[in-house]
Write a protein that binds this ligand. Sequence first.
Ligand code: HGY
Ligand code: MN
Ligand code: MN
Length: 395
Amino acid sequence: MEHKVIARCRSLAGCTEEPGFTTRTFLSPPMHEVHQRLRAWMEQAGMSVRIDSAGNLLAAYPAAQPGAAPLFLGSHLDTVPHAGAFDGILGVVLGLALVEKLAGRRLKFSIEVVGFSEEEGVRFGVPFIGSRAFIGEEVADARVSDAIRAFGLDPASIADAQAADNALGYLEFHIEQGPILERLGLPLGIAESIAGQSRLAVTFQGRQNHAGTTPMSLRRDALAAAAQWICAVEREAGATAGLVATVGRLEVEPGATNVIPGAARATLDVRHADDAVRRVAVERFLRSARQLAQWRGLSVSSEPLLDQPAVAMDAAFVAALEQAVTGSHYPLHRMTSGAGHDAMVVARRMPAALLFLRSPGGISHHPDENVLPEDVAAALTVGMHFLEQMEARLG
Ligand code: HGY
Ligand code: MN
Ligand code: MN
């Protein structure tokens, strides 16, 4: 089964906006093909599949009795640009594989495998559109509504994305996306919390001018200012334990070789397990941007895009996951997730837990992202144990 899981993830990686790479953003055309391929596998496994108005895919596997509470298994279907084959999609395909391993056996609870439409925040800069709709939060601004309509869905019906009130909870399988499990030689890790994250856009506004005639002393170079600030951010983050800060995107205007840049817009992503440390760091980064801009005779503005607090996973679910790991005779390792996950949003509405699979080479958000078949097999064994735990709890 583990080889089938990996093969399915690798085949879905071919559903892309960019031939030769895996790039699949919120409700982009290749998402239709992902839905179709997952639907075929899921219906074959005895599940009924629907796409909600936020573009989430939900596949229901009925319980022994009608009206039973659902357990959600899942993750996200979208990717970053030039992604690997496992970030997000692995959690959905593993959920399907667990249903297939049940081989028609009905439990005291139903299982709903959910593929969230958008977690990365690539298309509109704001993440978690699918899982926020799933917990009933307002997501459909004009741009999102237009994208939903263009995909053939109706934003006015987005309330249909809301999860049932009686859910048992949500379990997400996900690659670790970092080096820890590999360094420890472990196949699996239990995320007991997820680091908080801030996302902002910081724009330096200088003065566009001629590259050949403007003396260096008279320039208001927005890109030079941004570059100096980015190095200061990197230095400050490196000096603060447990803090990471990233400028992942830089847009320069007008963007011509022979024109001094008038404007430079940088995105800033700041993460830390402690929200207070993260927020103080963001203020420090913005203060250094203002000081640097003033010294250079520029102006600078910032636009907050996300302030996602750190989230603890549900203690009872984590305990059940621990029992499932030890019951499957795998070593136990609890950890904090530096990466954000849908589980941190779903946890606002129901018990949520997150099981990591080792990332070979610690690589992710990269075409070389990978998983080991033996670790997928381990996750399947633990997942089945977890289902048995839930079954036993319902008496
Ligand atoms: O950015 C993240 O942490 C996740 O991959 N969306
Ligand atoms: Mn990701
Ligand atoms: Mn992910």
